[in-house]
Design a protein around this ligand. Structure first.
Ligand code: AMP
Length: 586
């Protein structure tokens, strides 16, 4: 097939803004293309060489394209620069430059689709020393054989600026119209959603017909487009929407991964289908160890944890890993993550996406050992508003954003790539931002683990309740300590050690060591939340619950100028909670 035909179609598409017209033009054209070439046509139309989940290496620098145009056209650099300044778009620049060149010489071969496609692949694959010159040479060869119209689209594609305005869903429509009927578009869309590969769907529909598209299955190595959630503001509305009963799960605040597992290896994909395996080799390894079968596709959320307190950390902690090629091992040690699995789309050759949720969940739980690093999302099937609200509070206490409600009805399939009411998130704001430091009293300590073996891993901190003359716990403090302070704490606290909780300390937690309330530390937290575990301001905001400081950090200041009874009071913390809640609108 000649590239010219494709360029002509692109011109026509570009001149239209209506999706319907674009669909018709594309559909008419797709019918004329042989099935083996169709994937290339589809990828190029999207300004790509491969499906979405391959790293897109197109994006040659404008400067290199400009120099290549000089080489290929013989037009002077200044002249091209002038056009570039005026036009801005590399495609239009190329078109103008190659129009001024005399038409193809006798010796130039007409460009075929394969030649352009393979040429572009080679250009993107050249890497390392001398690769710029090679890229330019390869591109110059294509451009010198191109017509002005062809040069326009080659230049756009190679710089990553195709921008034809053809959305993936327009290609889906066009494939249905070209090879089946408009009514079949949902089947084509489903095939795209479970494979993320329009080229593959195109080849199947072209060579085997719509029935084969209907029979396409999820496959290891081809990531599914992620299923997304709607949002509703109350347990009542959620339960009504989901038929009175649903699976409620902790909504973890981390990084979503889709793990494709075989005996040969594991690949982790992000929600945007990028390969995350390099960033989370520890997660891949842990999944491999915990997996009991031969092959599977599962989904979960990676959440950073504090080794010493066992608490879940804000997901930003994971970002310390990003872009780290060197020192990734240190980052893994410093910012360990757990993965909470929540779905299973494929197992032992069987596509589970059309099975109801609880069945998929059962498959998931049967497939993995529960280990330290590999967990299942905390889940309860509930049909009662109060029970949902209580579970929501537990989720917040455990460092989660709220709950995910999932339909458990017969039609609760895994709907790849779309947002719908089969999953509903519940994230009411019960947290408030904390901008002031507080002074808290050390009432207990937990033994350290890992790098902190031999010193305290975290301290149990309390506020002072003036009215009752008690100390009420408010957080576990493990961050913000340098090595020197960590080493200093045990001897400093030695003289306050007790064999049982101090009678004035009110705690539901049981630390490894108890202290007489004495030492005061300055602490800054991220926010104050409702907590059924901590006892500060117990039952003041919510019956049976206290307040907690999330993500507390020692500021470095030991308040030896303050006695324990001069620490921040429980009433002050309650006031801070109420004040801060207002500023974010409750
Ligand atoms: P949102 O990004 O607010 O639309 O919420 C959807 C995201 O929540 C998903 O993409 C997951 O990354 C994340 N998530 C956390 N916990 C769960 C869970 N138990 N089930 C599904 N998604 C979850």
């Amino acid at each position: 097939m000649l590239f010219q035909e494709l360029a002509r179609v692109y011109e026509q598409v570009e001149a239209r803004s209506s999706r319907l017209e674009m669909t018709d033009i594309l559909a008419g054209f797709f019918r004329t293309v042989d099935c083996a070439s169709l994937p290339k046509v589809i990828y190029l139309t999207q300004g790509q060489l491969y499906p979405d989940f391959y790293p897109n290496k197109l994006g040659l620098a404008d400067r290199l394209l400009l120099r290549t145009m000089v080489m290929a056209s013989g037009v002077r650099e200044e002249q091209i620069q002038e056009i570039w300044l005026k036009e801005g778009d590399p495609g239009i620049v190329a078109q103008k430059v190659f129009q001024t060149k005399k038409q193809r010489t006798l010796f130039s071969e007409p460009l075929t689709l394969d030649r352009v496609y393979d040429g572009l692949v080679r250009i993107t694959e050249e890497e390392g020393g001398g690769s710029q010159d090679l890229k330019m040479k390869l591109l110059a060869k294509l451009l010198s054989d191109a017509t002005a119209e062809e040069a326009k689209f080659i230049s756009r594609i190679v710089t990553g600026k195709m921008r034809l305005g053809v959305a993936a869903m327009t290609v889906v429509d066009a494939l249905a119209v070209a090879f089946a009927t408009k009514e079949d578009r949902d089947a084509v869309e489903r095939a795209f959603n479970i494979s993320s590969d329009l080229g593959k769907v195109a080849q199947v529909i072209c060579s085997q017909g719509i029935q084969a598209v209907r029979e396409m299955k999820v496959q290891v190595g081809s990531p599914m487009r992620a299923m997304l959630a709607e949002r509703l503001p109350s347990p009542k509305e959620i339960l009504e929407k989901l038929g009175g009963r649903a699976a409620f799960e902790y909504k973890y605040d981390g990084v979503r991964v889709q793990a494709h597992i075989t005996k040969k290896g594991i690949t982790l994909y992000s929600r945007r289908l990028e390969d995350l395996t390099g960033q989370f080799p520890d997660v891949a390894k842990a999944l491999g160890k915990a997996f009991k079968g031969e092959s599977a596709i599962v989904e979960g959320e990676c959440v950073p944890v504090d080794l010493n307190t066992g608490e879940l950390l804000p997901f930003q902690e994971v970002s310390h890993r990003r872009g780290r090629k060197h020192g990734l091992e240190d980052a893994i040690e410093d910012y360990p993550v757990k993965v909470f699995l929540f779905d299973c789309a494929f197992k032992e050759g069987e596509d589970l996406t059309s099975k109801p949720y609880l069945e998929r969940r059962r498959s998931l739980e049967e497939s993995f050992e529960r280990t330290d690093e590999v967990r299942f999302s905390e889940m309860r099937v509930l049909g009662d508003e109060e029970a949902v609200e209580a579970f929501f509070q537990e989720a917040l206490r455990d460092g989660c954003e709220g709950l995910m409600a999932k339909s458990v009805e017969d039609n609760s399939l895994y709907r790849a790539g779309s947002r719908g009411f089969l999953w509903i998130k519940y994230k009411k704001e019960y947290r408030s931002e904390m901008t002031d430091t507080v002074d808290l009293v050390v009432v207990g300590a937990f033994a350290g683990r890992g790098k902190r073996a031999g010193v305290y891993g975290a301290l149990l901190m309390a506020t002072y309740n003036e009215k009752e003359d008690t100390f009420e716990t408010v957080c576990k403090l493990g961050s913000g300590f340098d090595d020197e302070t960590l080493a200093k704490l045990p001897p400093l606290l030695e003289s306050y050690k007790l064999s049982a909780p101090h009678p004035r300390v009110v705690s539901k937690m049981v630390p490894d060591y108890w202290f007489e309330p004495s030492m005061v530390l300055e602490v800054l937290g991220a926010e104050i939340t409702i907590s059924p575990i901590h006892t500060t301001a117990m039952s003041k905001i919510r019956p049976g619950a206290g307040l907690a400081i999330r993500f507390p950090r020692f500021t470095g200041r030991i308040r030896d100028d303050k006695r324990a009874r001069e620490a921040t009071t429980s009433a002050e913390l309650e006031a801070m909670y109420r004040r801060q809640l207002k500023t974010i609108g409750g």
